[in-house]
Design a protein around this ligand. Structure first.
Ligand SMILES: [Zn+2]
Length: 368
């Protein structure tokens, strides 16, 4: 069977099928209005508390640097002292470094490069010194080879056209094969995987800068781990740790929008501060409250939490299980994710079997 091109997946067909399968849920105007009012109130508070906003914006960076330092200068020596088997030490190292690197990228690339809100652009921060610091902070994802310029352009389109064909991230319906191909080691850098957002295909000026900035840190991490793992540290640092981070990142992107087909700001879901939300979301400052982020993209990470807790009180049971699926603890993260991918598979099957309808919306099926 011919592979179904993603651009011809037929958004209307998916919408129709998700409605039929009761996977779609509209939000009434009162809920929308109350949510918008509360989000506005949070934005005003954020603006009126520049010091708090500055401290909390920088806090994740400080904590992640401490976590990184702790790995190389505390945890590895401790494991060695306690005669930890080398294979176990390597597993701990890869997972730890992978998760810290992932959390760093999602915060500095999304909140930093994408939305420029690690330090907000307020009147108090208008000096040249602050502007330079602000600029540098929003480039920090380059330390892990990500490209903030590429990301910003794509992410803008994602927010503006969420849930429509113009949203080029195509994360409202993720083909299972697309996800699986992105989970192979090295998928974050290899050409055959188009399901990545941290960097573009073109080797342009911005991508070269990211390589120039990222390489010294990569070499430094290999150097620091060499005395523990020898030549293996090259593979652990440059392939396996980034791979762990990339797996969580792809699972995250498949979970935030997949089968939430509403257009606009309500086209996303929150995982909340669940284990799944914190780990798959890339840390408490990552994307554990993605619906809250779409409802008010200018809110900093801690205010996304507050909007999430407000939604938890405001929405009814049915709306909560749709938009905040892990909040009620009805299912574990693993169950939620496998269920989601299974629904994709079933919808795809129905799409392929219903050729009359599919021919109308997805022309390529007629050629199979
Ligand atoms: Zn965003």
């Amino acid at each position: 069977m011919k592979k179904l091109p993603l651009e011809l997946m037929g958004h209307d067909t998916i919408k129709h099928l998700t409605k039929e399968s009761h996977l779609s849920l509209d939000i009434d105007s009162t809920v929308k209005m109350k949510t918008a009012q509360y989000a506005r109130q949070l934005l005003i508070e954020q603006k009126n508390n520049p010091r708090q906003s500055l401290v909390l914006g920088i806090l994740p960076l400080v904590l992640l640097i401490i976590a990184w330092w702790g790995l190389f200068f505390k945890l590895l020596p401790l494991l060695l002292e306690n005669d930890c088997p080398p294979w176990l030490m390597a597993v701990v190292f890869v997972f730890y470094l992978g998760l810290v690197g992932y959390s760093w990228v999602i915060y500095t690339l999304h909140e930093g490069g994408g939305h420029k809100q690690i330090i907000l652009d307020t009147k108090n921060n208008s000096s040249r010194f602050f502007k330079s610091i602000r600029f540098l902070l929003h480039q920090l994802s380059r330390l892990k080879f990500a490209d903030p310029e590429f990301y910003r352009k794509n992410h803008e389109t994602h927010h503006r056209y969420t849930g429509t064909e113009k949203d080029e991230t195509l994360t409202h319906f993720v083909l299972p094969v697309r996800l699986l191909l992105s989970l192979i080691p090295g998928a974050g850098i290899f050409w055959w995987n188009e399901f990545q957002v941290h960097t573009g295909k073109e080797f342009d000026r911005s991508k070269i800068i990211s390589h120039l900035v990222g390489t010294p840190l990569l070499l430094g991490e290999i150097y620091l781990s060499w005395s523990y793992f020898g030549v293996w540290s090259i593979a652990l640092v440059s392939v396996l740790a980034p791979w762990i981070g990339f797996i969580f990142d792809r699972v995250r992107e498949c979970s935030e929008h997949n089968l939430i087909v509403q257009e606009g700001e309500w086209g996303a879901r929150d995982f909340g501060l669940s284990f799944y939300g914190i780990i798959v979301g890339g840390g408490p400052w990552g994307q554990c409250c993605h619906l809250s982020h779409h409802l008010a993209p200018s809110l900093q990470w801690y205010n996304q939490w507050r909007l999430h807790f407000y939604l938890k009180k405001l929405l009814n049971k049915k709306q909560i299980s749709h938009y905040l699926p892990l909040v009620e603890k009805q299912s574990s993260g693993l169950h939620f994710f496998s269920n989601l991918i299974m629904k994709n598979h079933l919808i795809l099957k129905e799409l392929k079997s219903n050729k009359d309808q599919a021919n109308h919306v997805v022309p390529v099926l007629g050629e199979q």
